[in-house]
Design a protein around this ligand. Sequence first.
Ligand code: FE
Length: 168
Amino acid sequence: MKRIVVLTTIILLITTNMNAQNLKGNNWTARKVDRTYIVSVADKSSVLDALTDFVIAQKIPAGQITGIGATNEATLRFFDPVTKKYVDKTFNEQMEISNLSGNISEVLGKPMLHLHVTLGRKDYMALAGHLLDAKIRGAGEFFVYPVSSKVIKVKNEAVGLNFYDFGK
Ligand code: FE
């Protein structure tokens, strides 16, 4: 009986870890569980650089990203569709990344991360917008859900942005 319990425990431990794999890259470590990746971006490193390196290293053609963490330097970008110009603003202060949502696609043959963020300030008020980049200060915890085929974004000249167009 004891032997059966020990054997069952060993088999369970092996099968639970069979679908998990630890990975490492430039300023990130990750664990792949089934088809999902859990990514940790290192303290004091760029979210965009680390996640782009991760996507290239893991050959992820497209997918979804979610994340939480903390930053002390974040640049948000605002697009004005009338002038088709960007206005960038950098916030140098300690903030919570209370939510990061984004997608991974391909633009002109290169991986493109489109990230939006909500940042919590010291006074608990929030900043939000399109995230150009942020430097992690504390934790940077992300979940990446890949899809198995390429998803290409094309520049829409009338709007002035790259986006999905599945009508062509
Ligand atoms: Fe955006």
